[in-house]
Ligand binder design. Sequence first.
Ligand code: DPX
Ligand code: MG
Length: 571
Amino acid sequence: MAHSTFTVGDYLAERLVQIGIRHHFVVPGDYNLILLDKLGGKLDLFGKPALIEVGCANELNCSMAAEGYARANGAAACVVTYSVGALSAFNGTGSAYAENLPLILISGSPNTNDAGQFHLLHHTLGTSDFTYQLEMAKKITCCAVAVDRASDAPRLIDRAIRTALLSKKPAYIEIPTNLAGAPCMRPGPISAVIDPAPTNPAVLAATIGEAASYLHGKLKPAILVGPKLRRAGPEAEEALLKLAEAMGCTVAVQPAAKGMFPEEHPQYTGVFWGQVSTLAADSIINWADAILCVGTVFTDYSTVGWTAMPSVPLMVAEIDHVTFPGSTFGRVRLCDFLTGLAKLVDRNDATMVEYHRLRPDPVLIHVAEESDALSRKEIQRQVQPLLAADTTLFVETGDSWFNGIQMKLPKGADFEIEMMWGHIGWSIPASFGYALSKPDRRIITMVGDGSFQVTAQEVSQMVRWRLPIIMFLINNKGYTIEVEIHDGLYNRIKNWDYAALVQAFNSTDGNAASCRVETGGELAKAIEMAKEHKGGPTLIECVIHQDDCSRELITWGHYVAAANARPPVQK
Ligand code: DPX
Ligand code: MG
């Protein structure tokens, strides 16, 4: 390519490819069309598209698909048009912020001449101010830039991408319609963008020393793992395993960190969230006198309405800093800290010894008769054997959270949940985006009827891309989680014929399978069918009684409702 033909769009495409992005999620609009030509036109060494364009049904789904792709791939790009597109895509961007994922939101924008000429433009608020989208984006990203001349593009694009990758948060890049094809300088080496900020050796030594003082004299240490561990990379997960084995203590995980410590490991003691903990994780965490928190996030949900905040002073190791009672240390990468600490800690298995006495006996699982009306427990029992080393289980906000959290993950199986942002409908586009990045994994999505109605269109992309995602749609005819928090008529929804809807997505060229099951026997047959089905997704609509929900959901709902209802504190 001659020097003069290299453009702003080419620059962005090159950087996206260099950071490992292979698919970009898009909805076209006249402000981004030239940019889409540039991104889609970038070829690899074999003349194939280096960035595969993935069209979505709407921008909400597009941003959520990119969010799911970032979970699998480490980074993602979502490309939308001005305002009508971007404001919808802000939702998935907010999710990426809350869930610590580097999603690059890219929006086309008006021609650079229009602002100065006080023109009124389509897709805007009908004023001549075109800065509002950038200002809004600043609130929900770690770095928001608007390119207003081509010569600034390299610096601004690199800044946004680097900040996103370093802080594991979304970034925003706005490119005017008349600049996407404007000539631009070529980029230098990608290391300028992706080189991590290294740990400061002096700080590392001091942090490890402080951790040793924190543990000194403590008799009952335990480890609690939170969802930010995964965002620190696979090497951090590996380092945590080594530290846990060096310490010999119990390891519990927060609900959003399920799967981040191997569940078959002898030191695994379940999911800690107070009254609704699994495997009695709460008994041991509440007994511990020192808790090494790794990537933890304490929210009203994960602490069950603030009833399960650990009461001992905590040591909290984050992606790039560590906090102790009374001190904090920056510029320490989690992996370096965990590896350094593992070399120094003394073994103390007191919590393991106690846990052996506390560990609940395996529950007796009731097998329903084939003709019995389908129940939540029977669905759980039948889905469990589907989970294998190559499975990733997506669980949607709703009772699916609780059902999924109680499942046992075999070695290698992964778990995805969006507990901080908690947007109903996330699991459909997110599992679609994830599947594009990891086609070799078997993806199982558990989703409620209310959630499915929010983003159902994206099943049509699973059909289009022939992805064999298996969806268990739990039809309890309404917003049951909300019923347990606070009931009203607003929690009832219009029933759909979900299986028929999926057939409509097939049209003449799709190969999705779908069915509706109302008994245990029907579910067993449907699962056999889903296992064999290739060349498209399978949706199994599982009809259960409206009041059939987990004991954990009801308990958790009571506490969250109480937290929501706290009267204002008089100032
Ligand atoms: C809402 C929630 O059917 O699941 O198991 O029946 O609860 P369950 P469904 O998918 O219903 C979900 C529903 C309405 N939450 O119970 S969790 C409030 C809410 C949200 N996200 C958005 N809007 C509203 N979480 C985008
Ligand atoms: Mg429901």
